[in-house]
Design a protein around this ligand. Sequence first.
Ligand code: C2O
Length: 547
Amino acid sequence: GKLKMFVDELPEMPKIPGFHLSSHGLPKSKSLKIGMFMKKWKFHRDLPPTPVFAYGESKSKATVPGPTIEAVHGVATYVTWQNHLPSKHILPWDPSIPTAKPLNKKGVPTVVHLHGAIDEPSSDGNSNAWFTNGFKEVGPTWTQRTYRYRNLQHPGNLWYHDHAMGLTRVNLLAGLIGSYIVRHPEIETPLGLPSGPEFDRTLMVFDRSFRSDGSIYMNSTGNNPSIHPQWQPEYFGDAIIVNGKAWPRLIVRRRKYRFRIINTSNARFFRFKFSNGLQFIHVGSDSAYLSRPVFTNDILLGPSEITDVIVDFSKSNSSSVILANDAPYPYPSGDPVNESNNKVMKFVIKRYRDVDTWRVPKKLIDYPKPDFSSATRTRYIAMYEYTSETDEPVHLYLNGKPYEAPATETPKAGTAEIWEVINLTEDNHPLHIHLGLFAAMEERELVDLDKFKSCMTKQNDAVKCQISKHARGKISQVQAHESGWKNVYKMKPGVVTKILVRFSYIHSNASYPFDATAEPGYVYHCHVSTLFNLLFKRTRKYEIFLF
Ligand code: C2O
């Protein structure tokens, strides 16, 4: 049967401070233990409980999404991530792809990446640094149980999620996601933005399908079953889940709220829009504040992308409003949305106007503007379908290199580089870079695409294939709310996107207080299912199989 929409209240995930207060009231660093547990989770009033993998301080406290960790700028948070999962996965995964494989064949490999964090590689959640229940088995790049998050970076929104080689997509689908906020009260409080638990909310949005017994439905036959019996690069579900409830509702006052919205879907893009014309006032994008607020009527959010918006319900001309979605899936040329996935949640607006003490200042936070003249070099990063005779016809690689190939992007900490990202595929790819923040500067359509593509699949070299001759199409400017420092940007098909990548903090000139060239290095990758690459020291790694 069909699930009724807007019957469950929007949950607030448990909050865990990433610091403790000294006797003088000063924040001091703190050590947390957060486990991964198998338990049952109610996604909807009328749906039987669903077996999930959930993060939490204990099994009874574990939630989907996991707890929100609230850190303070400059105060380190140590987390020992502990795997308490059973020996068998709740979802089908595929050992025929490059994947984390415990030798005794038991246990679910996991490793946690804090998406948007600037920390040393040994705390970055390298895909091969996985571990099973009780650390009984660990992957080849595993070094330590406890991760150190320095929180020395600018304030903003991060999220943690599983990152294990070949299993990330199923571990996320099972529920291993959570949000993490770095707060900097000295800088943020004077802004006067909506704050406190009632007015400052995190919304983690994803899509899932369920069987009638409540379990998560995932097609267990691979796209190319004779080679990979179960592996599928993308997942789309029909129910839209916010903070662990399908199509929830939230009662709000007639005043301003802040929503930190994270698209935690594996492959679904959302284009959010309010049914009554309410606007979004953007104050941040991914982990960083914008320099000024930007008003829009809709928001296109790719997998793993974060938007930070103010919504002023006093401007509403109706007593309730639906947050809708109209992004085709896969984006941009897939199926149109249907009756279920075209709605996200509902806001029920109280009748009387409240005194609103929050404001949206004209100026937010100014970080250095992207400066091309600071770049030490230009790299070309091409995404295209690569054909080999021995495997299935299509792999998506970065510059035609597989995960195992040696590192090619080995920038120096403290520098900035121009990357021209060339998307020769049909899909939009949300490119995510660990460690470095980047600014998208310009998008140019490619001309003579077929010729360029066929050259690239033979030569793997954008310069030899005369990228300058092909990058001559229509130029578009990056939209204002996406023009700040980001860690994910949506790379459009048939387009070259020029980005400036900065391998240093954006809020200070201090260099990283750790060795950014140490093993096992960092990665950059598409956050859907396809491309994966390592920065510094390690490789150009592709990945079809991460997600
Ligand atoms: Cu959100 Cu490498 O990941």
